[in-house]
Write a protein that binds this ligand. Structure first.
Ligand SMILES: [Zn+2]
Ligand SMILES: [Zn+2]
Length: 336
């Protein structure tokens, strides 16, 4: 019989459809590897030589005079960076002016080098850029919350091939973030514990859903994983915000995240995926009840009517089996 599992952190219920379950390796076939593209595309706006095609750069990490990571405002920004924050109500309708920050983090000058193919040193610079921009943008008084994410591949919502991530600073706190903070606060009031630390220690006892553990982070599949290979990466020690991560922790995170993306690339045939840094608003730094983390969702299955109609998910893979598969997947190309 299928099982309906509850995620205590998100309060989501997920149908784990064991009878429809596929073997983990079947998901790789569903989304075959795209052929490698060129290292430099003269038509790509993010490739070196085309810097004038983007809005002026706001941040860069350079080496020997050449940029390695570059951050620019999104040319097709969802929000206006220059406006003033205003609010108005008309009857039951509420409107806030669409001000905010929308930036693109160009991860590498190489058009054909996604995180899985970057060196550890290269990917560490990407994570440093994430933190630096997160720190800067959250200081904007109009910004209430920053969402930092990466869409890899078309099924994940990316239209540009050049490896990049995005950051959106909104003048409101998204209701989903607010709900999770309230839920975590309630748990803390009732138990005196951080709900994330509690889930993490439970996972470390069970071990069956843990994929990798490093000195500072644990990568595991949630008990009620939404999709096959839905992965969470939690800081091992309690940290409320991404801003609290030390340099050493950021370097450790970069190594771990790169190795996970290599497992996807080589073990699941380079699936499309979404990565996001889930961290609370800046003023939540230091809170005892909230805990930042990274979420990775490979798009190996499609979201359809049931998910959209109910907000509930059907996962056709057993999280324990998916975790075992990822544990045993080397982050290296198969030898032939
Ligand atoms: Zn490019
Ligand atoms: Zn915690």
């Amino acid at each position: 019989m299928p099982e309906i599992r509850h995620n205590i952190i998100t309060r989501e219920w997920v149908i784990i459809a064991t009878e429809r379950a596929k073997r983990p390796e079947e998901f790789a076939k569903a989304n075959p590897r795209r052929p490698p593209s060129v290292a430099h595309d003269p038509k790509c706006v993010f490739c070196p030589g085309n810097e004038t095609l983007t809005p002026p750069e706001v941040f860069r990490i350079a080496q020997d005079g050449a940029w390695q990571v570059r951050v620019v405002p999104n040319k097709f920004s969802a929000l206006d960076a220059a406006g003033e924050l205003t609010r108005r109500s008309e009857g039951i309708k509420r409107v806030i002016s669409g001000v905010g920050i929308h930036e693109v983090i160009v991860e590498t000058p190489a058009h054909d080098r996604p995180p899985a193919l970057q060196s550890e040193a290269e990917y560490e610079r990407v994570i440093q850029a994430y933190r630096q921009r997160y720190d800067d943008v959250t200081r904007d008084p109009r910004v209430a919350h920053v969402t930092l994410f990466k869409n890899h591949g078309e099924r994940a919502g990316s239209s540009l091939e050049h490896p990049h991530s995005q950051l959106v600073g909104t003048p409101i706190i998204p209701p989903q973030v607010r709900d999770r903070m309230e839920n975590a606060l309630r748990f803390y009031d009732e138990t005196g514990d951080c709900i994330f630390c509690s889930v993490l220690s439970d996972e470390l006892v069970d071990q069956v859903r843990v994929v990798t553990q490093t000195e500072h982070f644990v990568a595991f599949l949630p008990f009620a994983a939404l999709t096959p290979f839905h992965l969470w990466i939690f800081p091992l020690r309690h940290r409320a915000s991404f801003l609290e991560a030390t340099e050493e922790e950021l370097a450790d995170l970069a190594r771990l995240l790169r190795s996970i993306q290599r497992k996807f690339y080589f073990g699941l045939e380079n699936p499309d995926y979404n990565l996001s840094i889930r961290t609370p608003p800046r003023e939540a730094s230091g809170l005892k009840y909230y805990h930042w983390y990274v979420s990775l969702i490979p798009r190996v299955t499609r979201v359809a009517g049931f998910e959209i109609g109910s907000g509930m998910f059907i996962n056709v893979a057993l999280p324990e089996k998916s975790a075992e598969f990822l544990r045993n997947t080397p982050g290296e190309p198969a030898r032939t």
